[in-house]
Design a protein around this ligand. Structure first.
Ligand code: CP
Length: 302
């Protein structure tokens, strides 16, 4: 059961709520990969309202909604009345008037989904807000880890990359901590948040050293669009120190390789590792549909 009408982040969910979503997602995945259309959202409407670009999140929410029997609407800031000056709240109220039950929002401002949740009747799902949270990405990461290891508790998860700007890292750090995993973040000092110690993780500046004993190594995208100033000398120098390569994984050759995407090959991770046998990056995308089916079903049907 979820206690609230909205899913805004994993910081505010209990361990039990997170576990319930993963369990529901496991059965949703069976239906999705088996091509079984469900009708638990029959007669409902799901709108995606995206102020930032997306391939995976937007399309997997829309696929998930259709698999549950809902009708869908897609609003992109670039080709809607947002371009004529319509505010976020007025856009949300317009969707309410169109009898929308769930609005999935992605916005560059942290807190935009929380604001919308206060102002509209529809359930709000955060599809990524600025540098704050991306809860369904973390949930699909958790489902992927659980499928491979059977449990999250006791796993050692190393995240490497642009931690400072990463909403995926924040959601994962909140959730993995609640579920009993051990987490380490690896980045240059300039790509770490100033409050990193409050996130409950170890910090390392050396990827080769950090991955000793790791079960999961997760690459994170370099978010040049959120950097106001250059935070490392050059892309190639960044890659030399922090790209996931076979050499740097020498101490954990069997670790699961994850990345939320989109991947910058050769910058965050080599193509050999991205496409290698330990990579579950494509499975993460499939699991995204299952998790989003579970979240929407639980918000509407309990
Ligand atoms: N992982 C993720 O959020 O990807 P998109 O930006 O393609 O949605």
């Amino acid at each position: 059961m979820l206690r609230k009408k909205d899913l805004l982040g994993l910081k505010d969910l209990t361990k039990e709520e997170i576990e319930d979503i993963i369990i529901r997602a496991e059965s949703m995945k069976e239906a999705f990969v088996g091509g079984e259309m469900l009708n638990s959202l029959k007669g409902k409407c799901v709108a995606t309202l995206f102020y930032e670009n997306s391939t995976r999140t937007k399309n997997s929410f829309e696929t998930a909604a259709r698999f549950l029997g809902a009708r869908t609407m897609s609003i992109a800031a670039s080709n809607s009345s947002i371009q004529k000056g319509e505010s976020l709240v007025d856009t949300g109220r317009t969707l309410d008037a169109l009898m929308t039950d769930i609005i999935v929002i992605r916005h560059s401002m942290a807190g935009a989904p929380a604001l919308l949740a206060q102002k509209v009747k529809a359930s709000i799902i955060n599809g990524g807000d600025g540098m704050n949270e991306h809860p369904t990405q973390s949930l699909l990461d958790l489902l992927t880890m659980k499928e491979k290891f059977g449990a999250i508790k006791g796993l050692k998860v190393v995240m490497v990359g642009d931690i400072k700007h990463s909403r995926v890292a924040r959601s994962n750090l909140w959730a993995l901590g609640k579920l009993g995993a051990e987490t380490t973040v690896v980045a240059p000092q300039t790509l770490l948040p100033s409050n990193v110690e409050e996130l409950g993780c170890e910090v390392s500046y050396d990827l080769e050293e950090a991955v000793v004993g790791a079960n999961v190594v997760m690459g994170l995208r370099i978010q040049l669009e959120r950097q106001k100033v250059g935070l490392f000398p050059t892309i190639s120098e960044y890659g030399k120190e922090f790209a996931i390569t076979e050499e740097k994984l020498a101490a954990c050759p069997d670790a699961l390789i994850m990345h939320p995407g989109p991947v910058n090959r050769g910058v965050e991770i080599t193509s050999e590792i991205r496409d290698g046998e330990n990579s579950v990056i494509n499975e993460q995308v499939t699991n995204g549909v299952a998790v989003r089916m579970a979240v929407m079903d639980m918000l509407i049907n309990g």
